[in-house]
Design a protein around this ligand. Structure first.
Ligand SMILES: [Zn+2]
Length: 284
């Protein structure tokens, strides 16, 4: 307990600093972490903040590890931004969706405020993988890199969309590629991190699958697709041990990406079909 309190007090939170303290940070050696994901329904059994709680906690944990592994750098946690594009499930209460343009403007505002004052590194931590949301983030990153030379990365998109999780996760005996939203993975995650926020009814939820990459689902909301409870996958299978693996994997992806960003290594890219979809998709 004492130990974790000591580490906690070392965590630098942006909102607790004065402009003078921010100005005194070493511009070439400070990495900022921006957790951003929408409030969004996650089935009848998980909180609407599932994504924001996860990215905030994973970014916090990543900073703790980095502070030990590479103590010559400074790591600053920006406040979690509970914003994202999730129009497809706004037919449930609790989902708050903004346009991808708003996502772009918010990420750009954080980045340009830092870039304007000479800072060079920004890690954008999101758990929300909708194309309209990523389009906002990646447009902002491009603009920030060209206007301020600030180096940015968004670690989870390339990891998720290149199916790295399926390649690396412990063998489970069922097809996890169909776990899309509030299913086995996210329910496991919350059972590990916030068991008291998981409604026991998850044990009785039936497996529901939809191919969310199919053109037939394009532009449709969850309810229009018959997803009346707002989840896709098999939440009843949830397992806290897998949740621990999944959370730690997220933390490791954030840690590795931050170090690669600092060392100037080229980050993993989103797969071609996602980049193409981001390009062709209109701002919504
Ligand atoms: Zn989620």
């Amino acid at each position: 307990m004492k130990d974790s309190q000591a580490t906690d007090s070392k965590l630098i939170k942006f909102e607790e600093l004065s402009w003078k303290q921010i100005d005194e940070l070493d511009k070439d050696k400070t990495i900022f972490f921006l957790p951003i994901s929408p409030l969004e329904e996650h089935g009848p059994h998980l909180p609407v903040g599932t994504d924001i709680l996860t990215v905030r906690d994973a970014a916090t944990e990543a900073i703790k590890i980095l502070s030990k592994e590479k103590p010559d750098l400074t790591y600053v946690l920006l406040p979690v931004v509970p914003i994202g594009y999730c129009k497809f499930n706004t037919d449930f209460p609790g989902s708050v969706s903004v346009s991808g343009k708003v996502v772009r403007d918010i990420v750009y505002s954080f980045g340009s405020s830092l870039g304007n004052h000479g800072f060079k590194f920004l890690v954008i931590c999101t758990y929300h993988m909708a194309i309209g949301h990523l389009k906002g983030i990646y447009s902002a990153m491009k603009k920030l890199e060209s206007e301020f030379g600030i180096r940015t990365c968004e670690p989870w998109g390339p990891y998720f969309h290149n199916n790295e999780m399926e390649k690396r996760e412990p063998k489970l005996g069922f097809d996890t590629s169909k776990e899309i939203h509030a299913g086995f993975r996210e329910t496991s995650l919350m059972k590990y991190q916030y068991p008291y926020l998981v409604d026991e009814s998850y044990k009785n939820l039936q497996n529901i699958y939809r191919d969310m990459n199919s053109p037939r689902v394009l532009g449709k909301t969850f309810k229009q697709l018959g997803l009346k409870d707002g989840y896709v996958g098999s939440p009843a299978r949830a397992d806290a041990d897998y949740g621990r693996w999944f959370f730690n994997e997220t933390v490791n992806v954030f840690v590795r990406s931050a170090l690669d960003l600092y060392e100037g290594k080229k980050p993993p890219e989103l797969p071609g079909f996602i980049k193409m979809a981001m390009k062709t998709l209109f701002w919504q």
